[in-house]
Design a protein around this ligand. Sequence first.
Ligand code: NAD
Length: 488
Amino acid sequence: MNHAAAAESLDLASLGGSLIDGGWRAAEERFPTLDPSTGAKLAEVALGRGPEVDAAVAAARAAFEGPWSQMGPGRRREALARLSELTAAAEKDLAQVEALDVGTPVGVARKLTVRAAAKSLSYYASWIDKLYGDVVPVATAQPILDFTLREPVGVVAAIVPWNTPLLFVGSKLGPALACGNTVVVKPSEIAPLSILRWSALCAGAGIPPGVVNVVPGDGETGRLLASHPGVDLVSFTGGSETGPRVAAAAAGKRIALELGGKSPALVFADADLDKAAMAVALGVFGLSGQACAASSRLLVEASVHDALLERIVEVARALAPGDPLDPATSLGPLASERQLRRVEGHVARARTDGARLVTGGERPGGELAGGWFFSPTVFDGVDPGAALAREEVFGPVLAVLSFRDEEEAVALANATSFGLAAGVFARDVSRVLGLARRLRAGTVWVNGYGQIPNQAPFGGVRGSGFGREGGREALETYTQVKNVLIEL
Ligand code: NAD
């Protein structure tokens, strides 16, 4: 693993400032960002506080009222399309930065975060000349022309987590910029480098200074940004405990919260078990389990329990963690030591709660011993009331529970405070359609798991948040409607 050489050739140590009004700005305090594969320091990054947040919001406001609005939809579309092309052209480097800073394997990062971000920017660029208002048929005796305008909200604070930083660039900045807003991004303190690196592309795309600003920092930086009076909309993705704190800080503003999950995958006896096993295993072990919609609870019909579990364990054992810079690797480390400790804590608790460890449950040794790696882990016979059946682990740990019939399956599936996603594996069409309605989740995947197309809305219900990213629905998040009434 020659990570030091890779970090040097990518010049990560130079990514230390905040991007404000098109220029790099140092801060009084700095924080280190670490390589989760080795624990080595990659860079010292500016810790945004009041002065940086104030300056970034002021720059975003000035750009919103000035050059970005004046550019008009045609030129904004060209700039966003160009930004998509530049993102795609930088795929290799950006994926390597995520491999080093987040621990995402390069092959996965190329496709899942960088390419997805480029596609999302391009998808939303193509919406720019399709944002229609309505003519409202007002029923009065007097002749009236009433119509609506769909307008940008203003300055958007985009506060994001560390698991897939560039994915959020696409899913938040794509629609925010397409709708004519300006943005201040607050990357996670665990992995700020890929967004900083990416943000340098904005100038080359013809995006005016101040339209995209990046203020790295910690939770306090996020709080300062969310509560800033110059911010009009807070778009937050992160943990379910943090969401309410962000909502409190942002009181009086528009907010969208994309939070955590404990998503169930329901497998019925008539399902294609090979397909279900692969989908569930990749759904929970992919990104080393650090995916909001991870299929972390497997609910399986008792009659196919053993056959399915055998297949899943086979996939889990084949998915050995490795060096994220190696294109052949499909699982990297957890992104931080804190996350590793959290996963280990959940595993220890599951054991004392009486669940049966079927595979994994430990850190790999050898060359990986110095990093925050954890083996794909499966616990069977998990009690529905146990922490492992209810709490988000955000690590490669699958909780397996059995059910006897559809009613029990639905009751188990809905017995959490979350509601991000659910998977159903079954061939019976009427059962599938019924379950799609009854499962409390923002997304239901059927006979597959985890696809999030740009064109489709994605987001949670209940403890998993509200607001939608993706598709036409995101345009509603990032615009407001003005009604114009003309007496004729
Ligand atoms: P986190 O909530 O700890 O942090 C997310 C971001 O919020 C970070 O940038 C952090 O610095 C900032 N923050 C922390 N406290 C804040 C405060 N009081 N005010 C404003 N900002 C604050 O989450 P994390 O550990 O970085 O990410 C993991 C979580 O994110 C998991 O729960 C996961 O499910 C969730 N997630 C959800 C989605 C989704 O689309 N629903 C996607 C990815 C991750």
